[in-house]
Every structure is written in structure tokens, then in C-alpha cells.
Design a binder for this molecule. Structure first.
Ligand code: BG6
Length: 509
């Protein structure tokens, strides 16, 4: 009895919520959009869910000339506006006692000295025990300087069992060479195991459910291979344009912004073999095998497509073209839509095409993985009765309406044998009473607990660039501008042709 109780409290017991140890989290770029809308609210929601140690402290680092009260007001506004779990005055008061602000530029050594003093003060007055994580929510061009300054100030140095970690947001380079260079620079200050690279898609509940769905059940896995699967479509579409993010987006584009990271990670999780366990090592071994096995078709003209949104009407409003957006060069050839066809050269997936697409200003906001099965090899009735029946499909709806849809043929009531496609739906909203946490809640908590399976490592990043680089080089060498597409549509004609050539079509989500 006693040992059962002890086991239940084992830190590795996945049924128990893990709680962040006493620590401080320093956010560089705290005034930016991501910090304001996602990171700070996620931290508050973690506190509200009781997942932070009472000593948890949040340190903001930014250029503003703020005092402590200004910072507290800023954090409170962000929490009140964007929290998920409801504003609770008690949670807020607890969190507020651990707020600190360091004013300075990212290249000012004196500001890092002040940061070191602040962290020391937190260790002594709040018992944060030397555990410090540094979250770089800043343009990547600053990553090398910030990590170097942290090292110069000794803030990267761990003492005893305390941790020092750096958390970075993509893009991790803009091609293989720059990703390797970034890794080399960060590696001067932090060991690979203390570098946490955020791919926020991996923090989404539905993405993690992919593992549960595939490996906790018996009925999907026997079909999960080239014997039964015709092809797989992975879609990440947004109905918004680039908004105010021209500075980040121009020159980056949809392939680097979404396919290199989010979509290739979804592909890896969809295609991988069962990992030995959910440890970072076991997960990465399997994902890496998939990424290594990815093959591009020979003809990149016919197997890839890029587009740019034109001006037009969307949702009842007239919207500008990409080239008319503020801050975009009028002759920019950055793509706002990209589609590619890939193969995974393993026995399981031999000759099964994976079609990936990502874009802005499309029909609606949706991310999904659609597994399209082969048609029945034979039917014991007249084929013409199969009129409206398509292929069976299993659609994993990553967002916004999280869940899964199974589509299959069913008899239409009546005397004849008419078959029509019907759907069976699982929806998170109906099946569970608890709302899904935001991806950033999960990832920030994991980074502080030191649980890394949801963070891509450098090898995965490099393998993904190895897949994308030839496509990017091909596009650049061809000198062909992206095809324009109408807002609210499903991308340029070239994207449809990729599938049409194979006698297939994209799903309309
Ligand atoms: C980010 C991209 O990684 O994901 C953005 O840089 C995109 O361009 C965003 O808008 C979408 O995230 P989500 O969670 O809203 O699908």
C-alpha cells in the first residue's frame, strides 16, 4: 500500500500535473506582441492552475524607461485582456510579488549587470535557488548578442543542481547554413540540452493527441501505411494577412515560416514509428528517422507551388494585396502561400504522397491532417451506385474546432443500395468539460520543468532545412514570381495542379 502511494507521487507519473520548480523566467522583448498576447497570459494561466511554485518570478527585460509599477500595470493589462482561465485577484497578487523589470538595450553590458543583480536578489529574497530561464522573444538577429552577453555576465553558469536555460523562438536560421551558425553561436553559452527551441504547434493538445490516437488504440495503426493510405494532406491555412509583421515576414515567406517547422513536425509525428517511450531521446529518434527519409520529387516545378495574395474581398471587407501591405517592398517576391509534395521513403510509406500547404488570406483559419484511404478494392454491387462516395478519410482537426472526423460510405435509406459519404465526429468541446490549455502554457511549463520531448533539437532543425533548402534554391533560381491568388480562395492554380496531375484534389476544409 505504502509503495503504491509512493509510486503515485513519482515525478515521472504522467497522470500527475507537473509543477514548475522555484525559478525565475526572464523574458527579453517583454513589450512585444508575442509576450503581451501569449507568453504573459500563459504564465498567469499556469499560476491560476496552481502549476507554478509560489516563488516563481517573472523578469521583463526591454528598452522602456519603466519603474516597477509601470511594469506591473503592463503585465496586469496583458493578463486581464488575454487570460484563458479568468482573472483571479489572489493569483494575480501572488504573481505580482515576483515581478521585476530591467530596463536596457540588448547590447548594453550594464543592463546585463543589472539583470544579474535582480536575479541574485530574487534568489535571496524569494528562494528561486539559482534556477533561471531566459526567453528570447526578440528578432533572431539579436540571439547571438544576447546569448553572448548572458555568458559574459556568467548568467549561463549553473551552480550545483540549479538550471540555466535559454528558450528561443523560430526562425532558427533561414537555411541550413545559417541554422548551423546560430547553433554554433548559442553553443558557446549553453549546452544543447539547455537550449529549448519553441515550435508552438507541438504544444497544441490535438498535436499531442496524435500520439495518443495512434499509439493508445488498436484500430488506426493497422491501416496507417501504404497498403491502405492513398495519400496524406497537411494544411495550415489562415484567413488573416500579414498584419503588422512585415518586418519579420518579408523575405521569410510561408515555406520558411510554417512548412520548415510546424508542418514538417506534424508530418514527422504522423509518419513516425512508435517511440520506445515519450522521453525526448525516444521521440527524437523516431522523428529524425522520418525527416531523414523524406524525399522530394525530381521535378520541383510540378511538385511545389508558391503564391502571393492579391487585393480583393474577404469576409465582407476589401483587403489589400500583400504588395500593398505596410512595410512590404512593392516588388517583393516573398510567398504568402506554399505547397509541396513529399515522399517518406520507408517501407511503411513507400510511394504515399504527403501534400503540405500553408498560406495566409485563404478560405478560413484551419489546421488539419487528413489521411485519405484507398478506395475499396471491390464492391459486391454496381459501382455506379457508389455515385457520391469518396475515399474514406480520417481528418485530425488541429484547430480551431479541435477533434477528429472519420468519413466513410453509408447506405442511403430506401429500397436500393445507394451509398453516400457520412461523417463520424469527435470534438474536444463535446467530449471533455475542460478547455484545452494554450500551447504556450504547456511549453513554458515544460521548459521550466526541464521536460524536453516537445522541443525540436538542432538535428531536427537541420534535417528540416535539408528538406526545404533545395526547394528554396529552386524557386530562387527559377526567378519566377509567386502566382497571385484571390483572398478567401484556396491558393494559386499551381497548388491545385500538383494534386490534379496525380488525379487527386485538395480537401476544402
Ligand atoms: C507562427 C507564424 O509560427 O504561427 C505566423 O510565424 C502564424 O505567421 C502563426 O500566423 C499561427 O499560429 P496559430 O497558433 O494561430 O495557428
Amino acid at each position: 500500500m505504502h509503495s503504491a502511494l509512493v509510486n503515485l507521487h513519482d515525478a515521472d507519473d504522467r497522470r500527475l500535473p507537473r509543477i514548475a520548480p522555484a525559478c525565475s523566467l526572464v523574458i527579453f522583448g517583454i513589450t512585444g506582441d508575442l509576450a503581451r498576447k501569449k507568453l504573459v497570459p500563459a504564465i498567469y494561466d499556469l499560476a491560476n492552475r496552481g502549476l507554478l511554485n509560489p516563488a516563481f518570478s517573472l523578469v521583463g527585460f526591454a528598452r522602456r524607461d519603466w519603474n516597477g509599477q509601470d511594469f506591473e500595470d503592463f503585465i496586469r493589462t496583458s493578463v486581464e485582456k488575454h487570460n484563458r482561465t479568468g482573472f483571479n485577484e489572489r493569483t494575480w497578487r501572488q504573481l505580482a510579488t515576483g515581478l521585476r523589470f530591467v530596463s536596457g538595450t540588448f547590447d548594453d553590458p550594464a543592463a546585463y549587470q543589472r539583470l544579474a543583480e535582480t536575479l541574485h536578489e530574487l534568489d535571496t529574497t524569494r528562494g528561486t535557488g539559482g534556477n533561471h530561464a531566459f526567453y528570447l522573444s526578440i528578432p533572431p538577429s539579436w540571439f547571438p548578442a544576447v546569448s553572448q552577453h548572458l555568458a559574459d555576465t556568467g548568467l549561463n553558469q549553473r551552480h550545483g543542481t540549479a538550471f540555466r536555460r535559454i528558450i528561443i523562438e523560430k526562425p532558427f536560421g533561414s537555411d541550413l547554413a545559417s541554422a548551423q551558425e546560430l547553433s554554433r553561436v548559442l553553443g558557446h553559452a549553453f549546452d544543447e540540452e539547455n537550449i529549448f527551441r519553441i515550435d508552438h504547434y507541438l504544444g497544441k493538445e490535438t498535436v499531442q493527441n496524435l500520439l495518443a490516437m495512434r499509439f493508445a488504440n488498436t484500430m488506426f495503426e493497422p491501416l496507417w501505411n501504404s497498403n491502405y493510405v492513398d495519400h496524406i494532406q497537411i494544411t495550415m491555412s489562415e484567413d488573416i494577412g500579414i498584419g503588422t509583421r512585415a518586418g519579420y515576414y518579408d523575405g521569410i515567406g510561408a515555406a520558411r515560416d510554417i512548412i520548415q517547422n510546424h508542418l514538417l513536425q506534424l508530418l514527422a509525428l504522423t509518419a513516425m514509428e512508435e517511440p520506445l517511450d515519450l522521453s525526448p531521446t525516444s521521440m527524437r529518434v523516431e522523428k529524425e528517422k522520418v525527416l531523414r527519409a523524406v524525399r522530394l520529387p525530381d521535378n520541383l516545378d510540378t511538385s511545389t507551388a508558391r503564391g502571393q495574395y492579391a487585393a480583393g474581398w474577404q469576409g465582407g471587407a476589401h483587403v489589400r494585396s500583400f504588395l500593398e501591405e505596410d512595410g512590404i517592398a512593392p516588388d517583393s517576391t516573398t510567398e504568402t502561400f506554399a505547397a509541396v509534395q513529399l515522399f517518406v521513403d520507408t517501407r511503411r510509406w513507400a510511394n504515399v504522397p504527403f501534400y503540405l500547404r500553408a498560406g495566409k488570406r485563404l478560405g478560413k483559419r484551419v489546421t488539419e491532417i487528413a489521411v485519405i484511404f484507398k478506395g475499396a478494392p471491390h464492391v459486391p454491387f454496381d459501382n455506379s451506385d457508389l455515385g457520391e462516395t469518396g475515399q474514406n478519410s480520417l481528418v485530425i482537426r488541429v484547430q480551431p474546432d479541435e477533434g477528429m472526423t472519420l468519413r466513410f460510405g453509408s447506405k442511403v435509406p430506401g429500397a436500393g443500395m445507394q451509398v453516400r459519404d457520412v461523417s463520424m465526429d469527435f470534438s474536444y468541446g463535446h467530449a471533455f468539460t475542460e478547455d484545452s490549455p494554450e500551447a504556450y502554457e504547456r511549453l513554458i511549463l515544460d521548459a521550466m520543468v526541464g521536460n524536453a520531448p516537445l522541443f525540436p533539437n538542432q538535428t531536427e532543425v537541420e534535417l528540416s532545412w535539408r528538406i526545404l533548402d533545395p526547394i528554396l534554391r529552386h524557386w530562387e533560381a527559377s526567378g519566377i514570381a509567386p502566382q497571385s491568388y484571390r483572398p478567401g480562395s484556396w491558393g494559386p492554380a499551381a497548388a491545385h495542379q500538383i494534386l490534379a496531375r496525380d488525379g487527386r484534389s485538395w480537401r476544402i476544409p
